[in-house]
Design a protein around this ligand. Sequence first.
Ligand code: IPM
Ligand code: MG
Length: 368
Amino acid sequence: MSNPSILILPGDGIGPEVMTEVRKVIGWFGDKRGLAFDISEDLVGGAAYDKHGTPLHDDTMAKAQEVDAVLLGAVGGPKYDELDFSVKPERGLLRLRKEMDLFANLRPAQCFDALADFSSLKKDIVAGLDIMIVRELTSGVYFGEPRGIFKEGNERVGINTQRYTESEIARVARASFELAKRRGNKVCSMEKANVMESGILWRDVVNEIHQAEYPEVELSHMYADNGAMQLVRAPKQFDVILTDNLFGDVLSDCAAMLTGSLGMLPSASLGAPMANGRPKALYEPVHGSAPDITGQSKANPIACILSFAMALRYSFDSGDEATRLETAVEQVLADGVRTADLMQAGDASPVTTSQMGDAIVTALEASL
Ligand code: IPM
Ligand code: MG
């Protein structure tokens, strides 16, 4: 049998820098744990635009559809700010999500003990935090039609459409209940059923799926604005948060910052199972391309490395190895190894991107 395949798309900015460290980690699992992968690499975002005039070449799209998992670094940068909307780096990422039909975006927000002081919130509010946001990723206002900027009389009007079908809501609701069963067994669904019809339908369908298929999971509902407030007030009340594409975008950034550093958080975007039983999948850090620190060896590779841990868990049936990697990261942080984004007054000097990668490999080695 051939090895499982991974397509690496480093992208722009710090993407390639952090991906170099992920490759070290992947190499270690190949050498030491017998987890060999067939790896290919290609361009996405501004890097693809520079070469092909499009942020995602059709050949790359086709490859992404065939592999067992895609690992993406980051897209975008100031160099591309003036580009036409249709070829902006972000469009490459959105096309991957849409065409691979990656409807369930898993964004864990976990607070590492060693970093609890980094949160902008008081330590006791975030210490031990472990929540999972499940964001619908392929529909809603990101993709709804009609959309555009139109002329209405003598002024322009910008239009986007929030649109959800029952089946789109049902499948992501199932994904969140399934996850909850393996965690704290609680789902809180967030929408604006008080002002939006799509929110009313969202709440109805989530209730229906719950009653019919997951009555044993505890379900609650919140308006998304209240949800944002509760996330900041008392985040540990949540286990799994289920929400739509746009609210999920906002709430996940908010949840990410609770943990102290955006440089720490991974994500998985999952679709329907393929013929081999694995879900279509794309893994990427939550952070962006960080143009302000690109090329300075300052980037924190942990979010991207933890994204690979999610790949081990959700694509490659290697939950134990995922835990091994997560524990290695925790160990390195507990040992005080810090990239520049994790420095506080009085800390020794920061390590480089590459030194952080090496430290994690050393901790993996020690785990044997
Ligand atoms: C995210 C990002 C993307 C989004 C951008 C880069 C298109 O903010 O993944 O959260 O809005 O979904
Ligand atoms: Mg976002």
